[in-house]
Design a protein around this ligand. Structure first.
Ligand code: NAD
Ligand code: UGA
Length: 435
């Protein structure tokens, strides 16, 4: 099986590495020449745990190659995956499909035998049909089928998610294409990962429905967390109690500063647009989007309140700026709302993030970057935990307190035990536990 993966980003690279680990031959195409050059030097352009080792094995085994030339890769392939970005379109919040349509225009001339063309990118319902229409117009003679195979991996645990998925979802209405996709995913099916075949529209919509539902769970627990603070309950106890009910499930019930990342915000926005266009508004999801936007601002205000009503002239160390741990991805990170808000109100911001600096530095002007926790926290009035990197869990709180000028620790990820923090002499505040 020869695979062409168009787009060597978080999804494309991880999927390509995993498919090549199964033994398939993968040609990874990216139009970013610098990215391709870096990959050809075995310099991996994104931070994703385990990806270096996985790619090194496939490169050494000759099962994966990187190129900016789409033609030879498409010609040699049985299966072409589209894993290019589908960001939020400026101005109207729809999914921007220009990268998808550019890619199919570029690949169409090279359809030399039966090809299965499959979207791995998250695309609005109806896109497979539109891709098919456009290719048919460009190449009336070509033999191809268009399928939808949305990807459910998470950054930070992408390889584990790809290799042990809860399900693989394929939207297909062509028998030959179905056989090709069955074959490519056979290694996962043999390990009992369910392979679900549905119609293309269902696969496309299911991806958005899944992300919207997960975003809803997060906004729900964030509001419950606020309520806990007012009524003297503990959000972690509430989450454990409701999560034990299998109809609810115990995942995605961690309160935080609002969801971020390259997917939930844009996918929530896109599905809202799809639904409005279909005249069946998703009123619950529209509210989720509002709650999440307000959440990020409310967390900025919470920092100000905790600092005694004003942050003017205060130095605040923010630990973690990526949208979640184990990634270098800064897209839609809550830090991008919260830090500028604090700066506007006169705070000086120190920060340390194990991987965030590369992309974060230009996005967060005026922030002072440090190379470890303790140097970032020296002489600060307050420390805020914004992203729950594992190394923060091991912070010696007594030593932390000694570094600081002030004594406030505001933990937006509830990673510390309040008693331990107070024993270390810190004024400790967290979410949904106690005021
Ligand atoms: P990304 O921005 O990291 O990578 C996209 C890559 O595609 C870039 O390297 C870009 O140069 C390349 N590209 C764009 N147009 C191209 C073209 N015509 N030819 C060749 N290469 C081209 O994006 P990502 O985060 O990997 O997301 C890709 C898609 O997968 C999106 O639709 C996203 O919603 C979806 N998705 C992402 C995740 C995630 O965790 N990041 C998870 C599931 C689904
Ligand atoms: C998410 C989904 O989890 C993946 O299934 C999906 O494939 C992907 O989007 C996508 O479509 O791109 P990802 O954005 O990588 O994955 O990360 P998540 O672990 O879902 O976290 C998203 C945001 O929600 C983060 O900001 C995180 O801090 C926040 N979150 C998550 C919470 O605040 N509380 C939780 O309980 C869980």
């Amino acid at each position: 099986m020869d695979i062409c993966m168009i787009g060597a980003g978080y999804v494309g690279l991880v999927s390509a590495a995993c498919f090549s680990e199964f033994g398939w031959k993968v040609s990874c195409v990216d139009k970013d020449k610098d990215r391709v050059a870096a990959l050809n030097r075995s310099d991996i352009p994104i931070y994703e745990p385990g990806l270096d080792e996985l790619l090194a094995r496939s490169i050494a085994g000759g099962r994966i190659t990187f190129t900016d030339e789409i033609g030879p890769a498409v010609k040699a392939a049985d299966l072409v995956f589209l894993a290019v970005g589908t960001p939020m379109r400026r101005g109207d919040g729809y999914a921007d499909l220009s990268y998808i349509y550019d890619a199919i225009t570029e690949l169409a001339p090279h359809l030399n035998s039966f090809k299965v063309i499959t979207t791995k990118s998250t695309v609005p319902v109806g896109t497979s049909r539109e891709i098919e229409r456009r290719i048919r117009k460009l190449r009336p003679d070509a033999d191809f089928a268009v399928c939808s195979n949305p990807e459910f991996l998470r950054e930070g645990s992408a390889i584990q998610d790809f290799m042990h998925p809860d399900r693989v979802l394929v939207g297909v209405d062509d028998d030959r294409a179905k056989m090709v996709l069955e074959r490519v995913y056979k290694p996962l099916a043999l390990r009992n990962s369910p392979l679900i075949f549905v119609q293309r529209e269902s696969a496309e919509l299911a991806k958005y429905a899944a992300n919207a539902f997960l975003a809803l769970k997060i906004s729900f627990i964030n509001e419950i967390s606020d309520l806990c603070e007012e009524v003297g309950a503990d959000v972690q106890e509430v989450a454990t109690a409701i999560g034990r009910d299998r109809r609810i499930g115990d995942k995605f019930l961690h309160p935080g500063p609002g969801y971020g990342g390259s997917c939930f915000p844009k996918d929530v926005s896109a599905v809202i647009r799809t639904a409005r266009e279909a005249r069946t508004p998703l009123s619950i999801i529209e509210q989720v989007q509002i709650v999440n936007e307000e959440r990020k601002i409310a967390m900025g205000m919470r920092i100000e309140r905790t600092a005694g009503g004003s942050v003017r002239g205060k130095t605040i160390a923010v630990l973690g700026v990526t949208f979640k741990p184990n990634t270098d991805d800064m897209r839609e990170a809550p830090s991008l709302t919260i830090l500028p808000l604090l700066q506007e109100r006169g705070a000086v911001i120190h920060t340390y993030d194990p991987q965030g600096r590369l992309h974060g530095e230009s996005l967060l002007p005026g922030v002072k970057w440090f190379v470890n926790v303790m140097s970032a926290c020296q002489y600060v009035d307050m420390v805020v935990i914004l992203t729950e990197w594992n190394e923060f869990r091991a912070i010696d709180l007594k030593i932390l307190k000694e570094q600081m000028s002030g004594n406030i620790l505001l933990d937006f990820r509830n990673i510390f035990n309040p008693k331990d923090a107070r024993r270390a002499g810190l004024a400790y505040f967290s979410l949904g536990r106690e005021k």
